[in-house]
Design a protein around this ligand. Structure first.
Ligand SMILES: *[C@@H]1O[C@H](CO)[C@@H](O)[C@H](O)[C@H]1NC(C)=O
Length: 253
């Protein structure tokens, strides 16, 4: 994209969530946003979790117990991770400890994040359900939700064209990273296979699961504040980015 080197300033704090099916390129949009608006950070709950587990912090040790037994890390713990990150950046301040805030969520203890544009972030990985969105709203107010949409047929076509050479792990993408001989690994000439994860029906299932949880999630935000959810739609990331940029500039420019 020609606009990749453009850098813009925000006029007030953006607290953004991207909601979109797997395969629609949320990571790409997130990276482009951070490039364009240097005041915007990505706060990714998956990364926070890994960091805390690696550093053996108290939260990390608590989370590790769940992860080791293959369970989901409970929402209050994830909220505490987010709160701990925002506190360590001095983006929120409270006379309560983080544990006290989390223990009394929903009882009028929401924190007020700084409105400085330097305290702008995209929250990545959370919330994924309406229940999580409600819990997050008890903690702090987000102010913009993008619903990133690409027709399912296009996502499925794009994602279900990965073919793998099992022995080496080499991956080919039909259409833009084709093997030299169809169905054969470039190096060994051995046959390529399509992993179950990459099959069309697996992608269809993934998309319908996403649909089922994202409808109530988006409805939660629509009901919370009309105009909070902005739909952006396109067949490719390049079609979607300009719509996202325009909305950010309209609201926070
Ligand atoms: C983990 O440790 C690294 C290196 O000391 C530090 O930079 C990082 O902020 C720590 N993260 C957390 C979540 O404790």
């Amino acid at each position: 994209m020609g606009s990749q080197n453009v850098v813009k300033k925000l006029g007030n704090a953006a607290r953004v969530i991207l909601v979109g099916a797997p395969g629609v390129g949320k990571g790409t949009q997130s990276n482009r946003l951070i490039q364009r608006y240097p005041q915007l950070s990505s706060i990714a709950t998956g990364d926070l979790l890994r960091d805390h587990v690696k550093n053996k912090t108290s939260l990390g040790q608590q989370a590790d117990v769940y992860m080791r037994s293959g369970k989901l890390v409970p929402d209050p713990l994830i909220l505490n991770l987010i709160l701990t990150e925002l506190t360590s950046r001095s983006w929120i301040s409270s006379d309560k400890t983080n544990d006290e805030i989390i223990a009394t969520l929903g009882k009028g203890t929401a924190v007020q994040p700084s409105n400085s544009p330097d305290c702008s972030f995209i929250l990545d990985g959370f919330p994924r359900t309406a229940t999580q969105a409600q819990a997050l709203a008890h903690l702090l107010p987000m102010n913009l939700v993008f619903h990133v949409k690409t027709p399912a047929d296009i996502v499925v076509k794009r994602m279900s064209n990965r073919w793998t050479h099992l022995a080496s792990g080499r991956v080919y993408n039909v259409g833009f990273n084709d093997p030299k001989v169809a169905g054969k690994d470039d190096v060994t000439g051995e046959p390529l296979v399509q992993r179950d994860d990459d099959k069309e029906e697996t992608w269809r299932k993934r998309l319908s699961t996403f649909e089922a949880t994202s409808v109530p999630l988006l409805n939660f935000y629509r009901e919370k504040s009309p105009g909070m959810v902005v739909d952006v739609q396109g067949d490719s990331s390049d079609e979607i980015s300009p719509q996202i940029f325009a909305e950010i500039e309209k609201r926070f420019g």
